[in-house]
Design a protein around this ligand. Structure first.
Ligand code: MSP
Length: 514
């Protein structure tokens, strides 16, 4: 059994979960479920990012202490993930004692290695993005270049990480590992960024300005820059570092001691690629830890031309969609509609079109198959060879796995839906209702029904990562003991199963009239 460790970004505990957060998290969940189904030992990490100025200010606005706000919001995120069927193994919060200790151990390591120095910082800071921008980046309007929010002029003493020392090594790593950052467009963007001299990274904030952060181990008047704090969560949860051990024995080193580190893939939106593909790997290099195996940046959900964001107020609430159409339909839409890596535009029309696809192709195939087994064979699947659609099934499973393994999830799920489409075509060609009428049609009908049930069994496996509820429900109706794993598909036996017909898997649904 191989092990697989994947992560989502940790979400700011200052805002409500919206469809953008839901997208990253569902993407991770789909990959986690797929890997488990393929037999891997999975660690799926998500959580909340709880320090920094943004949280401090949001709490003050609401008359709460920062930790009170974080407790509230972490609970909110966890509750939303539960309703969306997220199967994370660990929910990390950066205010946890274990994480705080690992951050401090990591900073000490960087300092012991000679990569930390003290200096004065003058520049522009965006609270919205929790990062500094250069004069050039903020442009003549002096706004943060990502969301257009305000920036403040700042001059203060900071500690710096000698990020510039790792520029060559990082460029070489990206060039030698063309698949390290996917998709390619994002890799090119990072290489473009690295084409200019890399500046050192300010890793601290004076406590006089921001008190809500992890104090530096060697200077309690400064707290850790929230992005450095946040990125380290990936190492904390891996168990690679033992902060309680004496400095030389904490687990730094490449290779690390046995643990979940390095991560197999970090997932994130394209807006936070620089922090993950530049800050993070150089910090790891500075602390003598190996780099994550892959960085996957997905696109944005946009409404019209604009990124969905809380500050703009155009966010779509995944829970509202869920109430109308069910969790699995929301998951299906998000995974099927956005080509992994590119932007996609949310529209109710496209949502309905994707829901109709579920209803009319997959739902319909399930319903007609189960009804016919009930009508013609008293609800017991016949023993007849289930060998129809053999080539279509093998091709679909292969295309599905190529798609998901290559992080083109939309292609994988399209291949699964094509198999359902092919099975509906098989019904039209075989005409089981005519086979049932023909005096010598019994063997043909047995084969038709067994083939359809077997194909549905395969589809429960292919659809489970994206539609866990419906797939489990269909497996139950088919009389299977559970959703089969990939290793069980070849030998999947359906003869003799007792099926149950029930209400449609995907009932009629619509948006309320405006
Ligand atoms: N706290 C940082 C991440 C630290 S990770 C060490 C952060 N948090 S966030 O709450 O802003 O959430 C970021 C994630 O949500 C990113 O992956 C981002 O791309 C995603 N999305 C936020 N809005 C989005 C869309 N409109 N569309 C798709 N995803 C977007 O950044």
């Amino acid at each position: 059994m191989s092990s697989f460790y994947l992560t989502t970004p940790i979400y700011y505990a200052s805002g409500e979960p919206h469809i953008g957060h839901a997208y990253t998290t569902i993407l991770a969940d789909v990959l986690a479920r797929y890997r488990r189904r393929a037999g891997d030992d999975v660690l799926f990490l998500t959580g909340t990012d709880e320090h920094g100025q943004k949280i401090q200010e949001a709490a003050a606005e609401q008359g709460l202490s920062p930790l009170e706000l974080c407790d509230l919001m972490a609970g909110r995120f966890e509750a939303v993930w539960e309703t969306l069927g997220i199967s994370h193994d660990r929910f990390i919060r950066t205010t946890e004692a274990e994480h705080v200790a690992v951050v401090r151990a990591m900073l000490e390591r960087l300092r012991d290695n000679g990569f930390i120095y003290e200096s004065e910082y003058t520049g522009w800071y965006s609270v919205g993005q929790e990062r500094y921008f250069t004069e050039k980046e903020i442009g003549p309007e002096r706004v943060d270049p990502i969301a257009g929010g305000p920036v403040e002029r700042i001059r203060e003493k900071n500690y710096f990480f000698r990020m510039s020392a790792f520029q060559e090594r990082l460029i070489r790593h990206i060039e030698e590992n063309p698949e390290w950052i996917v998709p390619r467009s994002r890799r090119n963007e990072v290489l473009g960024f690295l084409g200019r001299p890399l500046e050192d990274l300010s890793i601290s904030r004076p406590r006089s300005r921001i008190h809500w952060g992890i104090p530096l181990p060697w200077d309690g008047d400064h707290v850790t820059y929230v992005w450095v704090d946040a990125l380290i969560n990936y190492v904390t949860a891996s168990g690679a570092i033992d902060p309680a051990a004496p400095p030389g024995e904490r687990g730094f080193g490449d290779p690390p001691r046995p643990s979940r580190w390095p991560a197999d893939v970090h997932l994130m939106g394209k807006d936070i690629i620089t922090t993950h593909a530049v800050y993070w790997p150089t910090l790891l290099m500075g602390a003598d830890l190996p780099l994550p195996r892959r960085i996957l940046a997905h696109g944005w959900w946009v409404v019209g031309e604009t990124k969905m964001s809380k500050s703009i107020g155009n966010v779509v609430d995944p829970l509202a969609l869920r109430e109308l159409f069910g969790t699995d339909a929301v998951r299906w839409y998000l995974m099927r509609e956005m080509p992994t890596g590119q932007d996609a535009s949310y529209t109710p029309e496209r949502f309905l079109a994707r829901y109709d696809e579920l209803r009319n192709i997959f739902g319909n195939l399930a319903h007609r198959t189960l009804s016919m087994v009930k009508r013609y064979r008293a609800a017991t699947v016949p023993e007849g060879p289930a060998d129809g659609l053999a080539r279509e099934t093998a091709d679909a499973v292969a295309a599905y796995r190529r798609g998901i393994d290559g992080y083109r999830l939309h292609e994988g799920f399209a291949a699964a839906m094509d198999l359902a489409r092919a099975a509906n075509g098989f019904v039209e060609v075989q005409e089981p209702w005519a086979q049932a009428r023909r005096p010598d049609g019994a063997a043909d009908l047995d084969r038709t029904l067994a083939t359809l049930v077997r194909t549905l069994g395969v589809l429960t496996c292919l659809f489970e990562p994206v539609m866990p509820e419906k797939s489990r429900e269909l497996a139950r109706r088919l009389g299977l003991a559970g959703v089969p794993r990939f290793g069980e598909l070849e030998s999947l036996e359906v003869g003799g199963l007792e099926v149950a017909v029930d209400a449609p898997l995907f009932p009629p649904a619509d948006f309320p009239a405006a």
